[in-house]
Design a protein around this ligand. Structure first.
Ligand SMILES: C[S@@+](CC[C@H](N)C(=O)[O-])C[C@H]1O[C@@H](n2cnc3c(N)ncnc32)[C@H](O)[C@@H]1O
Length: 314
């Protein structure tokens, strides 16, 4: 039995079978309308070969990191840096022809996988930046520093690319409220506190991993938060654009793309994860909210109460 406030997605076998029917299995070359807004069940190294060329505006990749991980039966085994680099080259070679000339690519990784991934990305794309996501998870290590961060590489197909900086501003509390002629200098005085909307940096400390009291939560071992994907999607795509995720997991990229009015294509080899993705896509029909993103800005951690207060006032 789940505790009352536990919102983790959980389905019966019968329900699961219904969601599975919505997924696609590809055995021949597809046109864009065949695969648009679909979850494709299959091996990404096979499926990518069947997708239409030059059709993707934004590629978001969260591949298995170079560590031992059990994805509910599909085990990824830690390998040498050289073998992981070859693995990365393999999927990059397959996704590259699918990208439009002005496409953007984000690749998530941990500090161990990051050097191999960077080597491959710099050979194939224009490297724009590396985002550091400060991520709290798990217990401390007894003989090492606990890992509290991940990298997200930001690369583009050419020097021309989309970057909507106004769409990804952060609302921060003002610690030292500086005034000129009695008026706030670049900040806003509200009944809920003093705030400043700031341009985002490449250090992200405002995003928690999904946990049991969040309605986006599943039992996927490495689920990414919708808030993180919302930043990538709002900054680097426009409404109606096509977003591809070749390692979809529990569907976070597709769900966030749908909530923000973008098209999506997701590929995942695990049946259970495809089912969760479809369930979440159905939930997104009714509920377009993204935890931590409200009133067109991203909020700091633990400000849910302030966000709700603001909404009630409107
Ligand atoms: C790091 S997880 C992605 C998690 C995802 N971002 C989310 O929010 O749930 C990587 C995913 O890639 C899937 N995967 C690994 N190898 C694959 C392959 N060859 N084809 C399709 N999916 C694969 C795994 O099953 C796993 O769900």
């Amino acid at each position: 039995m789940k505790a009352g406030r536990n919102k983790t997605i959980d389905l019966s076998v019968e329900e699961g079978n219904e969601y599975l029917k919505k997924c696609l299995m590809l055995d021949k070359k597809a046109e864009l309308p065949d695969v648009l807004d679909k979850t494709i069940l299959g091996d990404t190294f096979e499926v990518l070969r069947l997708l239409p060329k030059e059709s993707v505006d934004l590629l978001i990749v969260d591949p298995p990191y170079n560590l031992d991980k059990d994805f509910h039966g599909n085990k990824f085994k830690k390998t040498s840096d050289e073998a992981y680099l070859e693995y990365t080259e393999k999927w990059v070679e397959l996704v590259k022809p699918l990208l439009k000339a002005d496409a953007t690519v984000y690749v998530c990784c941990d500090w161990i996988s990051s050097p191999s991934i960077f080597m491959v990305l710099k050979e194939n794309f224009h490297v724009q930046n590396r985002i550091t996501w400060q991520r709290e998870k798990g217990r401390g290590a007894l003989s090492n520093w606990k890992n509290g961060m991940e990298d997200i590489w930001f690369v583009t197909n050419s020097a021309k690319y989309t970057f909507n900086v106004e769409a990804v501003k952060m609302r921060r509390s003002v610690i030292a409220p500086y005034k000129v002629d009695g008026k706030p200098k670049d900040w806003e005085e509200t009944e809920n506190g003093n705030f400043r909307n700031t341009y985002p940096s490449n250090f992200w400390d405002d995003i928690s991993i999904p946990y049991w009291s969040m309605s986006e939560n599943t039992a996927h071992p490495t689920q990414k938060p919708e808030k993180l994907l919302a930043k990538l999607i709002l900054a680097s795509s426009n409404e109606g654009d096509v977003i591809l995720d070749p390692f979809l997991g529990s569907g976070s990229t597709s769900v966030t793309a749908k909530k923000l009015g973008r098209h999506f294509i997701g590929i995942e080899q695990n049946v259970q994860y495809c089912i969760w993705a479809e369930k979440r896509l159905e939930m997104a029909e009714e509920d377009k909210t993204i935890q931590g993103y409200a009133d067109g800005v991203f909020w700091e951690r633990n400000t849910g109460r302030l966000q709700r207060k603001g909404r009630k006032r409107e």
